[in-house]
Design a protein around this ligand. Structure first.
Ligand SMILES: C[S@@+](CC[C@H](N)C(=O)[O-])C[C@H]1O[C@@H](n2cnc3c(N)ncnc32)[C@H](O)[C@@H]1O
Length: 314
């Protein structure tokens, strides 16, 4: 047994024992075969595992930070009203453009009246459907690059339709349309009025800034034939139908159903597209409802009766 000199203190002794421990380890690391080397390998494996774990955590944190940054950016954009269709144009800008177009339409836009004088003969259900169609019609006009100047004529404030429009259509009272109790003939000279009705003999050939187009505010729940034709006759104004016979053909369907009578908003969508493109083919192809049993004729040549005034098809 080894003895230390007496002058060596306890602390020094402790230090030495630690040193011995270290030395022991050092010595052991030099052992070529046996446990010490395995311990060392294990230890470095652990260190490596910990390092990889730490690196993974770091990468995950980095991804999380990136995601968080993107989420905050998205929130900021949503708060400032960035438009998803045109990411570079904010909602506020789009709203301003729409308003400007609608204001412009009030002085230079094509004129269109919805004749609401026939609502008394309609059921509550029909009134409700008409209110919905007016909402869609206004929605289409808002989206248009060249909107129409719209007039809701013969619309009394105490009528069921007026109340239903307020109930069903958000912001109805702020719609940029003229709402009046007067009829279209109180507003425009009769010779400028063209009443659109499916029962007219003549097809509409074009839309004209000097004319005023009138749609009958009717819903065909319980199909009442020729109502709008009779109303036009009563007013002694010109009538026209959509040029369905000229550009479309019947399509076979299981129910053998074919109808040329559309809802007011559907007719309006066709007129809007025609006024923007000058193409009946495009307008009818885009908006004529498939369920009505007609398709645009594959023969693209203009109809034989087309007048010189007619728009060229694209
Ligand atoms: C549902 S329809 C009303 C149909 C109703 N039976 C009638 O007497 O005219 C509503 C309105 O859309 C317009 N309309 C519908 N189909 C049309 C077409 N093929 N040509 C022209 N106008 C049409 C008319 O102004 C019509 O008054």
């Amino acid at each position: 047994m080894e003895h230390f000199p007496s002058e060596i203190s306890e602390t020094q002794l402790y230090g030495v024992s630690e040193l011995m421990d270290l030395l022991h380890i050092d010595v052991e690391t030099d052992v070529v075969d046996g446990r010490p080397e395995r311990d060392d390998a294990l230890c470095s494996k652990n260190v490596l595992r910990k390092q990889r774990h730490w690196e993974r955590q770091l990468a995950a944190k980095k991804i999380k930070r990136k995601e968080e940054k993107q989420r905050r950016k998205l929130n900021r954009e949503q708060e400032s009203g960035a438009c998803t269709d045109h990411p570079q144009v904010t909602k506020r800008v789009m709203k301003a453009i729409t308003k400007e177009r609608l204001v412009e339409a009030q002085s230079t836009g094509l004129k269109l009246c919805i004749d609401l004088s026939m609502t008394d003969c309609m059921s509550d259900k029909e009134i409700s459907r008409l209110a919905g169609q007016l909402r869609r019609l206004y929605g289409s006009n808002k989206k248009a690059t060249r909107p129409f100047h719209l007039h809701l004529t013969d619309l009394r404030e105490d009528s069921r339709l007026y109340k239903e429009c307020i109930r069903m259509n958000d912001g109805f009272l702020n719609y940029m349309v003229e709402i009046t109790e007067e009829s279209c003939l109180d507003l425009f000279p009769p010779e400028t009025v063209v009443y659109l009705t499916p029962d007219a003999e003549e097809a509409l050939e074009t839309v004209d800034a000097d004319k005023v187009y009138v749609l009958g505010g009717l819903v065909d729940e319980s199909i009442q034939k020729k109502l709008s034709l009779n109303r036009a006759r009563e007013l002694s104004v010109h009538t026209a139908r959509l040029p369905i016979d000229e550009y479309m053909v019947k399509k076979n369907n299981v129910k053998n159903f074919h109808s040329k009578i559309l809802a007011v908003n559907q007719v309006f969508d066709i007129l809007l597209t025609f006024s923007e493109t000058g193409s009946w083919i495009q307008a009818l192809q885009t908006w004529f409802p498939l369920g009505k049993g007609y398709v645009v004729s594959s023969n693209d040549s203009p109809p034989l009766h087309a007048s010189s005034q007619m728009h060229q098809e694209n």
